[in-house]
Design a protein around this ligand. Structure first.
Ligand code: ATP
Ligand code: MG
Length: 391
């Protein structure tokens, strides 16, 4: 049974003076994730993070949760030998090999470290002795220093840590080490993935959903809440703003050329999302757009949508093919929810032949027809935002 897990983190290690705060953020995120699973303690020592596990815990579940923590690149399950007597260490290491590699046929190398230089056996000597014991106990093994199948590491501290496997993890940067951004979250496949990807760089998320009752149902809204909850497993709680967009959409529909509807609607979404973003300290917007995926995502359309934003708009999926996005959404667990067939406000008012190459000046001219009434409608929409904490 593994009594500890060694957490490997990549890029944080190169953050110079900020390293301490990155490590602390990572420890906090690990603690939050494991809190419900048992009495784990997260220890930061000498440039590494060790999770000490309780006597009883569910290994698979623990790994699943740790894989949701951005900033971890690998997890090494560690066998802990409470003794630092060499005989005890050897026995524990051989047991570990027997358990993990039952065929006992592999090439290997051993690396050994001693935290206290007063420990009576020097590191190269430890490696040699351990190598000999393995060769003797498991005759089908062979030493290969350059490209070993099994890399056994023995670290003697106040106890001895033995490990040989690294389980892959999400990578990225710990949540809360960048700024906060506003995700435009629809019920589709793309925007939850976009949120996941930007959050993976340490960006905290808030979200906004544009709802158009009665054209879009309560269940369509619930689907977005469900998606935010899934994404929050990686990001921590997400504040979801639900904006009633119906009157704005209807007014645009009455007033503007139908082939420009989607673009103008998207521009109003961005405007409203930006106001909400600034109100809550977000320093960027995030969308699930990808060049050419639909009429509203050609470069010309993106130019028109982008023109109303003063905050940077992050589009992590901009160069992704749909299938790649689908693969990520399946992996992070949003796909099944995203494909539930509920109506979307963009598709309800969509024109038969939307412009694919809109001209910004033409769009701006159409918007002039909207007059002050659109400002009133925007104010009402902002005043009636419903907020749901998703966790
Ligand atoms: P998605 O799969 O994310 O819904 P999509 O392929 O359907 O994307 P569009 O409908 O053109 O594309 O939307 C582009 C982006 O605009 C979305 O990824 C999302 O960020 C934002 N968006 C679209 N509709 C809404 C909405 N109802 N509420 C909030 N954001 C939206
Ligand atoms: Mg959509």
């Amino acid at each position: 049974m593994y009594k500890a897990l060694l957490i490997k983190y990549g890029e944080i290690a190169i953050k110079g003076k900020n390293r301490g705060s990155f490590e602390r953020a990572l420890c906090d995120r690990i603690e939050e994730r494991l809190d419900a699973l048992g009495d784990f303690s997260v220890i930061r020592e000498q440039g590494r993070i060790i999770v000490e596990c309780p006597d009883e815990y569910d290994f698979d579940e623990t790994i699943t949760e740790l894989r949701k923590v951005f900033g971890i690149i690998g997890i090494c399950p560690v066998v802990v030998c409470d003794s630092i007597e060499w005989e005890d260490i050897t026995r524990t290491a051989l047991d570990h090999i027997r358990d993990e590699y039952p065929e006992a046929k592999f090439t290997f190398r051993v690396d050994a470290k001693r935290a206290d230089k007063r420990y009576p056996i020097e590191s190269p000597e430890m490696c040699m002795r351990m190598g000999e014991s393995i060769l003797k106990e498991f005759p089908d093994t062979k030493v290969d220093l350059h490209n070993p199948e099994v890399h056994l590491i023995v670290e003697v501290r106040n106890r001895t840590y033995i490990y040989s496997k690294t389980l892959s993890a999400a990578g990225g940067m710990p949540m809360g080490t960048a700024g906060k951004a506003m995700l435009l979250l629809s019920g589709g496949i793309d925007s939850p993935v976009a949120g996941y990807m930007i959050a993976k760089r340490g960006v905290e998320l808030e979200a906004t959903y544009f709802h158009a009752p009665p054209y879009t149902s309560e269940r369509a809204k619930q689907k977005v809440v469900d998606l935010a909850k899934i994404v929050s497993q990686y990001t921590g709680p997400i504040k979801l703003n639900i904006v009633n967009f119906t009157d704005i959409q209807l007014y645009i529909y009455e007033t503007c050329p139908h082939e420009q509807l989607t673009i103008i609607m998207r521009r109003y979404m961005m405007r409203i999302a930006e106001i909400l973003a600034r109100q809550s300290g977000c320093i960027g917007l995030v969308t699930g757009e990808s060049i050419g995926q639909v009429a509203s995502q050609t470069m010309q359309s993106l130019e028109c949508t982008n023109a109303v934003c003063t905050l940077p708009v992050y589009r992590p999926l901009i160069a992704f093919d749909k299938q790649d996005i689908v693969d990520i959404s399946a992996r992070i667990g949003t796909f099944e929810t995203s494909i539930q067939p509920y109506e979307d406000c963009c598709t309800i008012f969509v024109a038969k032949h939307p412009v694919t190459h809109p001209i910004l000046t033409a769009i701006e001219k159409s918007e002039l027809k909207l007059s002050e009434k659109i400002d009133e409608l925007m104010n009402t929409a902002l005043e009636t935002v419903e907020v749901i904490e998703c966790r």
